[in-house]
Write a protein that binds this ligand. Structure first.
Ligand SMILES: [Zn+2]
Length: 490
């Protein structure tokens, strides 16, 4: 009671001064925000490199697997080079509450909290805003503002819009998502009857996590249950696909390790794509293949082993979607697997329709029906290497003779056309005109690192190793790491 009285008393002492000070501060804050925002707006207009994906994709791209396995999330603590100044340092972050966000940005108090509206079938944004309580003129000008930032054509059903209906004395507000990274908030200034728009970044948290596991019956299932997201698994397969034949080399009991980064949207609390993989290893029948993420001074990112050899080769050994392929190696049914001299290629059993990728950059030499090969594509990569793909159910329509293809482009789909006993990809690598075993042929790796980059890589490996070691790895051992430990103990 006495306390309360005392507080009230102090506050009432200088009401005028406090009000004056607050008003001055608020004016300054508004001025500052408006200027820096205007500058930032220009910056981002020049440099919009973020793909414009729909919010639905964002909302759906969460990882439901994360709820299952116990994963220890340790806070992001890695110092790695940033390629360019982050626009996130210039723009404000989206507040979970639209009301608080607008209050902070405008300095005007708002009476009520926002509600979530979702676009109904056959409804346009204008109808949605009408439901939310905006009059015709406000809706029209709001839509004009929004259209400066994103296209409103083909908004998906269920598209979320946060809105606060205006009242006589407080402005209304709207928030929509521009893409995976950014939101647009609008508030209606009742004085000049104009909308103000503020672009903001969704706040993310990053978590570095060490993942490891034994392969039980599928690399995919084991990786996902160890905590990898689907996007991480696809990267994992891609990085390893140059050195590993996922259909034949993976055995039950093989082990994998990874140091990955989760990126979590702090508003939806969902893991979203965009985290990096820093380290990957596969221990196949006792032999360990490992790669470290390394960003060169030029900005280009790659994966390298301890000697600086790139994970990427001119050709892929497994030019097929690894997730589909490895989804059930424990119960393979297909009779014609593997490589024999007479057979002249490697067969990958996979469901009909599984995408087939160009194993390397090159030019299509043949595309179409080719006797017992069925639907067939052959690519010339350089003076030495050609690859061929047979029994497809379909060939991608731009893969015609003479067309250029890039490594990883989808050239067609697994099928059973021609002389074939079931859906599979028949894959051939031809070296100087002779067929070789795709699973064992020596393949040149990408551009080698310079001496200077090898030194930088060694530093990077040290950082990554240290990050792994603080995350409590017991089965991770390397010469560098034990040497380093010994050094630190001196
Ligand atoms: Zn075959």
């Amino acid at each position: 009671m006495t306390n309360q009285h005392h507080v009230t008393h102090t506050c009432l002492k200088h009401p005028l001064i406090i009000t004056l000070l607050a008003s001055i501060l608020m004016l300054f804050a508004i001025l500052l925000t408006q200027t820096s925002l205007a500058q930032a707006e220009e910056l981002i207009q020049q440099d919009t490199h973020i793909p414009n994906q729909s919010t639905e994709q964002l909302l759906d791209s969460n990882n439901s697997h994360l709820a299952g396995p116990p994963i220890i999330l340790t806070h992001y603590g890695m110092v790695l080079p940033q390629p360019r100044p982050d626009p996130r340092t210039v723009f404000p972050e989206t507040e979970p509450s639209l009301r608080i966000f607008i209050e902070n940005q405008s300095g005007i108090a708002i009476d009520s909290d926002e509600s979530l509206y979702r676009l109904k079938s056959g409804e346009g944004l204008s109808n949605l805003l009408k439901r939310a309580g905006f009059d015709g003129q406000m809706r029209e000008s709001a839509i004009q503002h929004i259209q400066n930032h994103r296209s409103l054509r083909r908004l998906p059903i269920g598209f979320p819009v946060y809105a606060i209906a205006p009242t006589d004395h407080t402005p209304g507000g709207i928030r929509i998502s521009l893409n995976n990274e950014q939101d647009l908030s609008l508030y209606y200034n009742t004085e000049d009857k104009e909308w103000r728009s503020i672009r903001s970044f969704r706040p993310y948290e990053y978590f570095l996590t060490y993942i490891s596991g034994d392969i039980e019956n599928s690399l995919y299932k084991s990786s996902i249950s160890a905590g990898m997201t689907d996007a991480m698994f696809n990267d994992f397969i891609h990085i390893m696909s140059f050195s590993v034949d996922f259909q034949r080399q993976i055995r039950a009991g093989d082990e994998f390790e990874a140091l990955v980064e989760y990126r979590r949207d702090m508003i939806t609390e969902k893991v979203v794509p965009g985290g990096e993989i820093y380290y990957l290893s596969l221990k196949l029948s006792g032999e360990k293949i490992e790669y470290f993420r390394h960003q060169q001074a030029s900005g280009s990112v790659g994966y390298y082993d301890r000697l600086g050899v790139s994970a990427y080769r001119t050709l892929m050994r497994t030019p097929i979607n690894g997730a589909r392929l490895s989804s059930g190696f424990g119960n393979r049914k297909h009779p014609i697997l593997g490589y024999t001299k007479a057979h002249r290629g490697a067969d990958f059993a996979a469901p009909t329709g599984t995408p087939i990728m160009a194993a390397g950059d090159g030019m299509v030499e043949y595309s179409g029906w080719n006797g017992s090969y069925g639907r067939y594509v052959r690519i010339v990569h350089n003076g030495t290497f050609k690859t061929a793909y047979a029994h497809m159910s379909g060939i991608s329509k731009n893969v015609r003779s003479g067309a250029r293809v890039n490594q990883g482009d989808i050239i067609g789909y697994v099928g059973s056309s021609g002389r074939s006993t079931g859906p599979h990809l028949h894959y051939e690598i031809i070296v100087n005109g002779s067929h070789v075993n795709p699973l064992t042929v020596e393949l040149p790796s990408g551009n080698p690192l310079t001496t200077n980059e090898k030194i930088r890589l060694a530093e990077n490996i040290e950082i990554i190793t240290k990050e792994m070691s603080v995350r409590g790895i017991i089965n991770y051992a390397s010469i560098q790491f034990s040497q380093r430990l010994a050094l630190q103990q001196k």
